[in-house]
Ligand binder design. Structure first.
Ligand SMILES: [Zn+2]
Length: 584
């Protein structure tokens, strides 16, 4: 069958219609089976006009092409995207401008950097969406429709329970794991695994929390097109809820941080055995660290799944949250926004018609920034600033970088890779890398955060390695051995360092004696280094041997059988004798 005969195939009587709540990927996979295509790429080409683009199970691209090739038999592009992909889950948290851009990305030739634009690559939540299925739904679907298929409601982020059967969802071992990334597949028991270990503690609390989360995720996804969760209103709703829980007290309002952290922790802790929720706090310390961030939250920076947990934790479920959110409209009334022309923008700027016009053009996804700026009659710098204010990143010049390369670049930067290394690995100029780092909304901050995380991990690991390898070392010695890690931690991660230091002090019995040993060790090591250096300088071609060092440091001999307690001195001896040995 030729690549263009898909319409013909349907005309010839191929019976394929949407099953209830079916994912686009599921319909295409069923088509793959019915068409008897051997290669996944054949099916992709027939349905999406490309051998690979279109086969993603979460954010498929080329939906316009799909609608065209199926002659609109499955609905128009908006309908397909809004009812049969998971994108609508994310849209209410986006500004209207970036929401419209996201929809047009799915309609167009490639989703490009959509995951980055939605904030998925820069949050601590996972950026991939595993395929999920309910074993009982599969059984029922086989009876009712002769096939087990992928339900969209099960694929939504934050959903790990089937709301029909109240049973845990199983996770596919394919597609999002990178195995069979470009293939079509239907759910089958042999390729599904339980999501969390059997017998993980807190099962009852986990199941009831998961039910609330699934209800909230479903409600958000089913919100009307272009509906938005407004940041100010969301925050004030949370605060009213916290007041009711007596976790926000007084006026203007002081948070009871410890109680807040404990309450949030007890809600989310049973969830953390599920990979998607692993960045939620597992201990009170982590909860305390995250709570201030929650209080300062803003819609753009907080991952929707984190919002889900807050909504259902504070209000014990979606309905009460939503009632509260919708109440008190008078003091928060904002202009209706029922189409992309009415963009989410600061009140002060709404009078600027040119700004609205520019954003409306950009939201179609068909205009470059410079083209739109020219069309409206503003200079490109102003246009860029307006776009960045509403979170629309400056469209890059498509000719410069291919989408795959651009995505790879953004991923590497979001992961904190150095600009030089990125340029070298991708074989592009460092100037281009830096330009993208500066012009993509949020990327620079994400890059800085990731680099900070890397540096912290490196410093903490270095410290812990020395402590583990030398359990008898005191603070001062560890500090000397890892002076640069110590300096970094002292400057950037003081509370962790203080904690480690106090652990070290508690762990070593006889602190006073220990300190004396440390001081002796540091002094002796310095003398050994000096002696070794002097000897080497005096007799360039000769080996520095132990006995030559004894000669200069008679007190060393008596310490030789105690070197275990003098790790720095031991190291200085090894280095001193090895160094000049090598240079011979
Ligand atoms: Zn089910």
């Amino acid at each position: 069958m030729g690549a263009d005969s898909i319409g013909q195939l349907f005309d010839d009587g191929l019976q394929l219609t949407w099953l209830p709540d079916e994912l686009l990927f599921s319909l295409a996979s069923r088509y793959h089976v019915l068409s008897h295509n051997v290669q996944a790429s054949q099916t992709c080409k027939q349905l999406f006009g490309n051998s690979r683009q279109g086969c993603a199970h979460d954010f498929p691209s080329r939906v316009d092409c799909f609608v065209d090739r199926t002659r609109g038999g499955f609905g128009d592009s908006e309908e397909v995207i809004r009812r049969h992909t998971i994108l609508p889950f994310y849209l209410p948290f986006q500004s209207a401008g970036s929401g419209a851009l996201a929809v047009s990305a799915l309609r167009g030739p490639s989703v490009g950097s959509l995951k980055f634009q939605l904030g998925l690559l820069t949050s601590r939540f996972r950026a991939h969406h595993p395929l999920k299925a309910c074993l009982e739904c599969m059984r029922d679907d086989r009876v009712n429709f002769s096939v087990a298929y992928w339900h969209r409601a099960h694929q939504l982020p934050g959903v790990w329970i089937c709301l029909t059967h109240h049973s845990p969802l199983h996770e596919s071992t394919l597609k999002s794991t990178g195995v069979g990334r470009f293939s079509w597949l239907m759910p089958h028991e042999s390729q599904l695994r339980p999501t969390w270990p059997v017998g993980a503690p807190g099962e009852d609390r986990r199941l009831s929390a998961l039910k609330l989360l699934a209800e909230a995720a479903t409600a958000i996804t089913n919100m009307p097109a272009y509906a938005q969760v407004e940041q100010d209103r969301l925050l004030s709703t949370y605060r009213r809820g916290l007041r009711e829980m007596n976790l926000l007290r007084g006026n203007p309002g002081r948070l009871a941080l410890a109680q807040l952290a404990a309450s949030y922790l007890s809600f989310v802790q049973p969830l953390t055995c599920i990979a998607e929720f692993s960045s939620l706090p597992k201990t009170l310390t982590e909860a305390l660290a995250q709570v201030p961030r929650l209080v300062r939250m803003d819609c753009n920076a907080t991952h929707p799944v984190r919002h889900l947990t807050l909504m259902v934790w504070i209000f014990s479920g979606w309905k009460k949250f939503w009632d509260e959110y919708c109440s008190k409209t008078d003091d928060l009334r904002r202009p209706e926004r029922d189409s992309p022309e009415f963009l989410n923008e600061p009140q002060s700027a709404t009078t600027d018609a040119r700004r609205s016009a520019l954003l409306a053009l950009l939201s179609t996804g068909n205009w470059s920034l410079s083209g739109a700026a020219r069309h409206i009659g503003v200079d490109p710098t102003t246009a860029m600033a307006w776009a960045a204010q509403v979170g629309i990143s400056t469209p890059r010049r498509a000719k410069t970088l291919k989408p795959e390369l651009f995505n790879r670049l953004v991923e590497m930067l979001a992961d904190g890779t150095g600009t030089g290394e990125v340029a070298k690995k991708l074989d592009i100029s460092a100037t281009s890398v830096i330009k993208i780092l500066r012009t993509q909304v949020g990327l620079h901050q994400a890059w800085k955060d990731a680099r900070y995380d890397r540096a912290r991990t490196r410093a903490r690991n270095a410290w812990e390695r020395v402590v583990t390898e030398n359990p008898r070392l005191g603070v001062k010695a560890v500090r000397t051995l890892e002076s640069s890690a110590y300096a970094w931690l002292y400057r950037h991660d003081r509370s962790w360092l203080v904690q480690q230091v106090s652990l070290l002090q508690q762990a070593s019995p006889g602190n006073h004696a220990k300190t004396n040993w440390d001081q002796r060790d540091v002094a002796l090591a310095a003398s050994i280094q000096k002696a070794a250096l002097d000897i080497a300088n005096e007799q360039v071609s000769k080996t520095v041997t132990l006995w030559k060092i004894y000669q200069r440091l008679p007190e060393l001999k008596s310490k030789l059988n105690q070197l275990d307690r003098l790790p720095l001195s031991k190291l200085a001896l090894e280095l001193g004798t090895r160094k000049s040995g090598n240079s011979d």
